[in-house]
Design a protein around this ligand. Structure first.
Ligand code: ZN
Ligand code: FE
Length: 259
């Protein structure tokens, strides 16, 4: 176990980039804006040793150029399939990213669905998953299919229960409103929602979540739950044939859901 801390850096309306550091060195996950990342490095006198990108969307990568201008030569990891110009270390499923300065090794997990090449980075009980999985929700299907989403979420759900989830957005409360509609009766979810509302009222992040929590409260990880199946059946007029069909219907509903 390494001696690292993971800090959220909030920017734009609801984005997080994550600063993984040991007091001397740092890795930045999804630096969509340079200024807050550079300020966080400067304040703590941290030397950046890597940037890790989960997918090609601008709100996850737009700060890379300016950070490189200030810190030349920092390696930039990102999914090969997403063909990000700034990436000089393209990664694919199973690739290991050794960060010896942080005594940390992360493994790239192919979780493509939101984008064609989306990866998550996993290691040491930490999961950096960009827009693949959110607390109480998941990313939109911009480039993938429901089958891709099913596969991606199954991979993440299979990680250890105590894995901490650091995702790309503070969408938790809005996702919980949808979760309540999709699965009205879920006491664990209601308790979690109360905790998250209290955190947000104080301006604090609801993240990290954990795999254990998400399996209990996130409808997208519960397409087999009787309450979810019943709600999809009532909404669409047909009982979903299987978990994938239920997941597809959930995702399509969330796309148009107004709380
Ligand atoms: Zn995205
Ligand atoms: Fe995003």
């Amino acid at each position: 176990m390494t001696n690292i801390e993971v800090l959220p850096i909030a920017f734009a309306r609801d984005n997080y980039l994550w600063l993984i550091h040991d007091g001397r060195h740092a890795a930045l996950v999804d630096p969509g804006e340079a200024a807050p990342a550079l300020a966080a490095l400067h304040e703590r006198a941290l030397v950046p040793v890597a940037m890790l990108l989960t997918h090609h969307h601008a709100d996850h990568i737009a700060g890379v150029g300016e950070i490189l201008a200030r810190h030349p030569g920092v390696p930039v990891y990102g999914p090969k399939e997403d063909e990000i110009a700034a990436v000089d270390h393209p990664v694919e499923d199973g690739d290991r990213i050794a960060l010896p300065a942080l005594d940390l090794t992360l493994t790239a997990l192919d979780v493509a669905a939101h984008t064609r090449g989306h990866v998550a980075y996993h290691g040491d009980g930490l999961l950096f998953c960009g827009d693949a999985l959110f607390s109480a929700g998941c990313g939109r299907l911009f480039e993938g299919t429901p089958a891709d989403l099913e596969r991606a979420l199954a991979r993440l759900a299979a990680l250890d229960d105590d894995t901490k989830i650091y995702c790309g957005h503070e969408y938790t409360l809005a996702n919980l409103a949808f979760a309540r509609a999709a699965e009205p009766e879920n006491a664990a979810r209601d308790q979690y929602a109360a905790r998250c509302e209290a955190l947000r009222a104080e301006g604090l992040p609801t993240l990290p979540s954990t795999i254990a929590v998400e399996k209990e409260i996130n409808p997208f990880l519960r397409p087999d739950a009787p309450g979810v199946v019943a709600m999809i059946a009532a909404r669409t007029g047909t009982r979903p044939a299987n978990a994938r069909a239920c997941l597809a219907a959930l995702r399509a509903w969330k796309d148009v859901f107004v709380s």
